[in-house]
Write a protein that binds this ligand. Structure first.
Ligand SMILES: [Fe+2]
Ligand SMILES: [Fe+2]
Length: 238
């Protein structure tokens, strides 16, 4: 059996250093202003950021809140898709989780498979982002992607994203740390079969090095179109 070396030499540079550093730095000479005060916005140049005299949100007048609300509507339209894409792009060169493709490639491959099978644009975008949170919150990454897209996708795809990780366990029967039958508690749910098929065809299989995978740019316009749909106004409270 192959023995893996999990000593600190195999970790990223600075890994031990970060863990050993003091939790609250004593030297704060690095602190600086963000420089946005009294600046025109890059998103909406007619909008000027709040004056420096405002140091707490409760100080804002109804007029300022109105301006902010108008600004945010435009900001969301322009920036949600862009920043979601940037979050995914940031993981392009990240180490793999142990498969031969990293999480970034897994997401692209999943989306490509959906595209090749003629899936609708929304479902392709769900594939692209289904594991966006996998590295930073692995135990709840289904909720992460479901929440990210909640206001722009169908109830069916939202349910699928929320539950896809648990359904994926069915395909990891060799992993004795998981319950391969965990999905059975949802048997009979209207979206059970859809989720089971989605995971079987596009998630568990998207770990291939030889699969012709489309680049992120290929999906950009789809992502913009989904994120600029009228919001469903869903607010998720746990
Ligand atoms: Fe996942
Ligand atoms: Fe996945």
């Amino acid at each position: 059996m192959v023995q893996f070396d999990f000593s600190s030499e195999t970790m990223q540079p600075n890994f031990d250093e970060f863990l050993d550093s003091p939790s609250v730095p004593k030297d704060v000479s690095f602190l600086q202003s963000d420089g946005l005060l009294h600046q025109p916005s890059s998103v909406l140049p007619a909008y000027e950021h709040l004056p420096e005299s405002r140091t707490a949100m409760e100080e804002l007048t109804p007029g300022e809140w109105n301006d902010l609300n108008l600004y945010r509507a435009r900001y969301n339209q322009e920036q949600q898709a862009r920043q979601a894409l940037d979050m995914l792009a940031a993981s392009k060169d990240s180490p793999s989780y142990g498969f031969r493709v990293n999480n970034y490639r897994h997401c692209l491959q999943c989306a490509t498979m959906l595209y090749q099978d003629g899936a609708d644009e929304e479902t392709i975008v769900c594939g692209l982002f289904h594991d966006l949170g996998f590295i930073v919150c692995p135990d709840n990454h289904g909720e992460f992607s479901a929440t990210l897209l909640a206001n722009y996708i169908s109830e069916k795809n939202h349910w699928m994203l929320r539950h896809h990780a648990l359904f994926l366990d069915h395909h990891a029967s060799g992993n004795l740390q998981l319950d391969a039958n965990a999905r059975e508690s949802y048997r009979g749910h209207p979206y059970f079969e859809y989720t089971a098929e989605w995971v079987a065809r596009y998630d568990q299989t998207a770990i291939q090095t030889q699969y012709e995978t489309a680049p992120l740019e290929f999906f950009e316009s789809m992502v913009y179109r989904v994120f600029t749909r009228p919001s469903k106004g869903v607010k998720i409270h746990y």
